[in-house]
Design a protein around this ligand. Structure first.
Ligand SMILES: [Cu+2]
Length: 133
Protein backbone atom coordinates (compact mmCIF):
# COMPACT_ATOMS: atom_id res chain seq x y z
CA UNK A 1 0.00 0.00 0.00
CA UNK A 2 1.19 3.46 -0.83
CA UNK A 3 1.37 5.60 2.25
CA UNK A 4 1.65 9.32 2.00
CA UNK A 5 3.99 10.55 4.67
CA UNK A 6 4.70 14.00 3.38
CA UNK A 7 5.64 16.29 6.15
CA UNK A 8 4.49 19.83 6.13
CA UNK A 9 4.94 22.91 8.17
CA UNK A 10 1.94 25.16 8.18
CA UNK A 11 3.73 28.45 7.68
CA UNK A 12 5.98 26.75 5.24
CA UNK A 13 6.05 28.10 1.68
CA UNK A 14 8.72 26.12 -0.07
CA UNK A 15 9.16 23.87 2.94
CA UNK A 16 5.61 22.55 2.82
CA UNK A 17 6.44 20.10 0.08
CA UNK A 18 7.83 16.60 -0.23
CA UNK A 19 11.25 17.41 1.08
CA UNK A 20 12.45 19.17 4.16
CA UNK A 21 15.91 19.71 2.74
CA UNK A 22 16.68 23.38 2.66
CA UNK A 23 14.67 24.21 5.76
CA UNK A 24 16.94 25.39 8.51
CA UNK A 25 16.65 24.63 12.23
CA UNK A 26 15.18 28.07 12.94
CA UNK A 27 12.19 27.10 10.82
CA UNK A 28 11.52 24.01 12.92
CA UNK A 29 11.57 26.09 16.06
CA UNK A 30 8.71 28.18 14.72
CA UNK A 31 6.44 25.41 13.40
CA UNK A 32 7.27 22.00 14.83
CA UNK A 33 3.87 20.46 14.15
CA UNK A 34 3.56 18.08 11.23
CA UNK A 35 0.64 16.46 9.49
CA UNK A 36 -0.04 13.98 6.74
CA UNK A 37 -1.62 15.73 3.77
CA UNK A 38 -4.69 14.52 1.87
CA UNK A 39 -5.72 16.55 -1.17
CA UNK A 40 -9.35 16.87 -2.17
CA UNK A 41 -9.93 16.58 -5.89
CA UNK A 42 -13.15 16.99 -7.83
CA UNK A 43 -14.74 13.92 -6.22
CA UNK A 44 -11.89 12.11 -4.50
CA UNK A 45 -9.50 12.12 -1.58
CA UNK A 46 -5.87 11.70 -2.61
CA UNK A 47 -4.47 9.49 -1.36
CA UNK A 48 -7.61 7.62 -0.51
CA UNK A 49 -5.95 5.86 2.43
CA UNK A 50 -3.33 7.24 4.80
CA UNK A 51 -1.68 5.63 7.79
CA UNK A 52 -0.43 7.60 10.79
CA UNK A 53 0.57 7.06 14.41
CA UNK A 54 -1.79 7.89 17.26
CA UNK A 55 -1.43 11.53 18.25
CA UNK A 56 -0.59 12.66 14.71
CA UNK A 57 -2.74 14.84 12.50
CA UNK A 58 -4.09 14.70 8.99
CA UNK A 59 -4.52 17.89 6.99
CA UNK A 60 -7.07 17.92 4.17
CA UNK A 61 -6.48 20.53 1.47
CA UNK A 62 -9.19 21.41 -0.98
CA UNK A 63 -7.26 21.75 -4.21
CA UNK A 64 -10.40 21.52 -6.34
CA UNK A 65 -12.98 24.11 -7.38
CA UNK A 66 -15.83 22.44 -5.43
CA UNK A 67 -16.66 22.62 -1.73
CA UNK A 68 -16.05 19.39 0.20
CA UNK A 69 -16.35 18.00 3.72
CA UNK A 70 -14.54 15.46 5.86
CA UNK A 71 -17.29 13.70 7.76
CA UNK A 72 -17.37 10.70 10.10
CA UNK A 73 -20.87 11.29 11.46
CA UNK A 74 -22.72 8.18 10.29
CA UNK A 75 -26.14 9.80 10.75
CA UNK A 76 -25.23 12.29 8.03
CA UNK A 77 -24.47 9.58 5.47
CA UNK A 78 -26.85 8.07 2.98
CA UNK A 79 -24.90 4.86 3.51
CA UNK A 80 -24.22 5.04 7.27
CA UNK A 81 -23.06 1.43 7.46
CA UNK A 82 -19.93 2.29 5.49
CA UNK A 83 -18.68 4.84 8.05
CA UNK A 84 -16.11 3.42 10.47
CA UNK A 85 -14.80 4.77 13.75
CA UNK A 86 -12.78 2.94 16.39
CA UNK A 87 -14.55 2.40 19.68
CA UNK A 88 -14.14 5.45 21.88
CA UNK A 89 -13.43 7.85 19.02
CA UNK A 90 -15.63 10.94 18.73
CA UNK A 91 -17.29 11.46 15.34
CA UNK A 92 -16.21 14.69 13.67
CA UNK A 93 -17.34 16.80 10.75
CA UNK A 94 -15.27 19.49 9.10
CA UNK A 95 -18.24 21.43 7.82
CA UNK A 96 -17.86 22.96 4.38
CA UNK A 97 -14.27 23.32 3.19
CA UNK A 98 -14.25 25.88 0.40
CA UNK A 99 -11.80 25.68 -2.53
CA UNK A 100 -8.36 26.56 -1.19
CA UNK A 101 -9.47 25.72 2.33
CA UNK A 102 -7.80 23.44 4.83
CA UNK A 103 -9.11 21.20 7.60
CA UNK A 104 -6.92 19.52 10.15
CA UNK A 105 -7.80 16.76 12.61
CA UNK A 106 -5.67 15.05 15.24
CA UNK A 107 -6.26 11.32 15.78
CA UNK A 108 -5.65 10.04 19.31
CA UNK A 109 -7.65 6.79 19.24
CA UNK A 110 -6.00 4.00 17.23
CA UNK A 111 -8.02 2.09 14.64
CA UNK A 112 -9.65 2.52 11.26
CA UNK A 113 -11.62 5.62 10.29
CA UNK A 114 -13.71 5.54 7.13
CA UNK A 115 -15.03 9.00 6.24
CA UNK A 116 -16.85 10.64 3.39
CA UNK A 117 -17.56 13.97 1.74
CA UNK A 118 -21.19 14.94 2.24
CA UNK A 119 -21.79 16.58 -1.16
CA UNK A 120 -20.02 13.76 -3.04
CA UNK A 121 -20.78 10.65 -1.03
CA UNK A 122 -22.77 9.18 -3.91
CA UNK A 123 -19.87 9.86 -6.31
CA UNK A 124 -17.67 7.64 -4.18
CA UNK A 125 -15.79 10.37 -2.33
CA UNK A 126 -14.71 8.23 0.61
CA UNK A 127 -11.40 7.96 2.41
CA UNK A 128 -9.69 5.96 5.13
CA UNK A 129 -7.33 6.92 7.93
CA UNK A 130 -5.55 4.09 9.70
CA UNK A 131 -4.17 5.11 13.10
CA UNK A 132 -1.52 2.87 14.53
CA UNK A 133 -1.50 2.42 18.30
CU1 LIG B 1 -16.60 16.39 -2.04
Amino acid sequence: MMIDRRRLLTAGGACATLSLSGCGPAFFADEPEEATVVEMGATSFMPETVEIDAGESVEWRNTSIAPHTVTTVAEQAENPGRVRLPEGAEPFDSGTIEPGGIFRHRFDVPGEYVYFCEPHEAEGMWGTVIVRG
